[in-house]
Design a protein around this ligand. Structure first.
Ligand code: SF4
Length: 80
């Protein structure tokens, strides 16, 4: 599917995305996963390559923003 004449939207990416890095291990500001914060853990990941995608994951937006619906039901569920 084309988004505009220069950018294509490609299905099926095999992604590795999380918001669980220790702030002292990265050089950019990273928001925390609200599910991890609620459970005081670091185990939840948005997308784990070859394994899973979080049920609250609603996609990504340029450049590196995660769209997250936690704690609400994913509005895209059943539409993929
Ligand atoms: S999609 Fe949301 S709830 Fe799921 S791991 Fe990512 S930030 Fe956490």
């Amino acid at each position: 599917m084309k988004v505009n004449k220069d950018i294509k939207k490609l299905d099926g990416a095999n992604m590795d995305i999380d918001l669980s890095s220790s702030q002292d291990k990265i050089s950019w500001k990273q928001d925390k996963c609200p599910w991890n914060e609620a459970e005081d853990t670091n185990k939840h990941k948005c997308a784990v390559k070859n394994i899973s995608i979080c049920s609250y994951f609603c996609g990504v937006e340029y450049l590196d923003n995660v769209l997250c619906c936690y704690p609400h039901e994913n509005p895209f569920k059943g539409k993929e």
